[in-house]
Design a protein around this ligand. Structure first.
Ligand SMILES: Nc1ncnc2c1ncn2[C@@H]1O[C@H](COP(=O)(O)OP(=O)(O)OP(=O)(O)O)[C@@H](O)[C@H]1O
Ligand SMILES: [Mg+2]
Length: 443
């Protein structure tokens, strides 16, 4: 637990996608390994080797220095012969001709060690020049004056240590690229499964066939089984409810007809009851019709909501349009009929439990929010979860004298929001004081 707490900040810097995470898992060890190997190898190996080679060469130079004549004498032939045998060029130089500072290229990894080792072993070294890959000049003050000892660079350090780097980077990149392609093939089935699951959550069945690694395939098969079972259940529920509702309609209509022929107060009350029953059946039917049966289409949400409000106003329902923000943000994939049913249900509730309703729209780049507010009593926070369950009616005391509903209005609205990949959120209206119902849909 503590461990998790401490590393939570890291989450912000870690990529979120499966693909980039997998790439990170792949690259991080490779890069770390390469760095560690090169640092250890260059430090321990190249430095040690360079130091030993330089010391050996310095001893040879020292051998020559010990045999140098006085300041003005010419260099004796046996010394020249010895120097040739050792493959070292010996020549006098003027103080003005030596470079002003030690010469070394920045990428010369072992140069600094050559320089330091030479100075350490030849106490009177004035300058060390390493102009290229092939030449070393050591300028030493000796009994014979300032002498330039010139020899091959390959005598003091292993040649071209950066070749190791080049090889490592090249093969590192090559292997990473190959691994990338393998990785992508492995991750594609997971992505496809996620897409199929997401589409199903929104009420669409996209074709899907399990593929990929064993575990992914197992998850895919499990998903297919689950999808089939849910589809079957929805189908059964729809059949059952619509069958019952439909079959009850005919006798109810007959009953109504019979009652309307009778002429008594009791008959009028019973006629009301029959009307109520018919309304409930209509509720069942619209619930079973569900939301996921038609394909979503490209819709202008502001236009849709405005039309719903206008239609309600024509039916003399006290509803107004509030703020409509972001209507220039384009269109959204919606099922217009379903959205109309959801919004109408919420408006019905608002004017049923309150006196008036106000609808507002907020469209942003990421989401669409349709908000319905009213001035009624609202729903206490701890009852909101119950209110959206099918066939649940709250607090029957407070709406005793109103026509009774079935308890499906909020359930249908929530179902429709979910079928669009969104949700129905209930809250308290700041503006009107009653219930605030938001249909929030991700774009
Ligand atoms: N705007 C609202 N203000 C206060 N209470 C509400 C509001 N909307 C819903 N409720 C409460 O939530 C319960 C469930 O609402 P829902 O719309 O699902 O069913 P209903 O309105 O009772 O019946 P139906 O809509 O199916 O005719 C209602 O019984 C009511 O108590
Ligand atoms: Mg209702």
């Amino acid at each position: 637990m503590n461990f998790q707490m401490n590393f939570r900040w890291l989450k912000r810097y870690v990529p979120r996608g499966l693909y980039s995470r997998a790439a990170l898992i792949l690259i991080l060890p490779v890069v770390t390994l390469q760095l560690v190997v090169s640092v250890v190898f260059i430090q321990r190996h190249f430095e040690g080797v360079t130091r030993q080679m330089t010391r050996a060469t310095a001893r040879e130079v020292q051998l020559l220095i010990d045999r140098l004549p006085g300041p003005d004498a010419v260099l004796p032939p046996d010394l020249i012969a010895l120097a040739q045998g050792l493959e070292i060029d010996v020549s006098r130089v003027a103080a003005a001709d030596i470079p002003a500072s030690s010469l070394k290229r920045w990428y010369d990894l072992t140069g600094a060690i050559v320089d330091a080792s030479l100075r350490e072993n030849l106490s009177d070294t004035r300058r060390v020049a390493l102009p290229d890959d092939y030449n070393v000049h050591v300028y030493v003050s000796t009994a014979a004056g300032l002498i330039d000892f010139h020899f091959d660079r390959r005598r003091v350090s292993a040649s071209q240590p950066h070749q190791l780097f080049v090889n490592m980077v090249f093969f590192g990149v090559l292997m990473t690229v190959i691994a990338f392609f393998y990785l992508r093939n492995q991750l594609r089935p997971i992505k496809r499964l996620a897409e199929a699951a997401e589409a199903f959550g929104k009420g669409r069945s996209v074709p899907y066939r399990p593929s990929g690694a064993l575990e992914v395939r197992a998850a895919g098969s499990a998903f297919l089984d689950m999808r089939a079972r849910i589809d079957r259940q929805i189908e059964q529920r729809t059949l059952l409810l619509s069958g019952v509702s439909h079959d009850l309609r005919t006798p109810l209509t007959r009953l109504k007809l019979g009652l309307s022929l009778l002429d008594s107060d009791d008959a009028t009350d019973m006629l009301h009851d029959v009307d109520d029953m018919q309304r409930m059946l209509d509720g069942f039917l619209s619930f079973t019709r569900g939301a996921g049966d038609v394909a979503p289409e490209d819709t202008d949400p502001c236009d849709l909501v405005e039309r719903i409000i206008r239609d309600s106003q024509r039916a003399e329902i006290p509803v107004t349009l509030g703020d409509a923000t972001g209507c220039d943000q384009g269109r959204v994939m919606l099922r217009p009929l379903a959205i109309r049913r959801a919004v109408t249900n919420l408006i019905d509730n608002a004017v049923h439990y309150g006196n008036r309703a106000e609808v507002s729209i907020l469209l942003t780049e990421k989401s669409l929010r349709i908000r319905i507010e009213d001035d009624g009593p609202g729903i206490p926070a701890d009852r909101r979860g119950d209110a959206v369950k099918p066939f649940t009616r709250l607090d029957s005391a407070r709406n005793q004298n109103r026509a009774s509903g079935v308890g499906l209005g909020l359930a249908i609205a929530a179902d429709i929001a979910r079928a669009h990949g969104g949700s129905l959120r209930l809250g308290e209206s700041e503006k009107l004081g009653g219930l605030q119902a938001d249909i929030v849909i991700r774009r």
